[in-house]
Design a protein around this ligand. Sequence first.
Ligand code: SF4
Length: 207
Amino acid sequence: MDRDTWNPTTGCNKVSAGCKYCYAEVMTKRLHAMGIEKYKDGFKVRVHEDALDVPYSWKSSKVVFVNSMSDLFLPEVPLEFIQKVFELMNNTPQHTYQVLTKRAERLFELHDKLNWTSNIWMGVSVENEKVKSRIDYLRATNAKTKFLSCEPLIGPLSNMDLTNINWVIVGGESGRKSRSMEELWVWILKINAENRKLHSSLNNGVV
Ligand code: SF4
């Protein structure tokens, strides 16, 4: 299936250590410098009503990363707008949407006001021990498929409760100033996931 990104919101704020070398911030600076209208306000949080219909125009089924340039559950994004994004996803079951957030608490606050059709996969970023509580918020939601993005993995994650989690993605940081990822941290995660017969995948390497 084709892969694509869809950005009904742009801009963000850094919230935890995983944000340090944020790819979206770097890309936004470039797009802003190129004069792209959607990025005229730089990395300030903006919602884009005109982007809401974009998936209707796709001819073939896609796997879609929602908000590669932002975070749908930022406090600045009104619930009504998030509901519109969900309505679009509900109305296009031919596409699979992967929504990833670091605002797990707000995700939990709003989850029962959203319609979780099975084509919406919900994930949280877990880059180190400090933010493990995001998993509990995700687990408590009505999302049908739940995943973790442990990328960039910048610290060990031991004793992670993976109950009701369907997929774990692991990856290191890239770029000139990247923080290193230890092989042992990856093995700990992989063994934990395999013990629970989960899907796991490693970006930027092979295990
Ligand atoms: S939450 Fe994601 S998009 Fe927002 S600053 Fe952090 S890494 Fe960047």
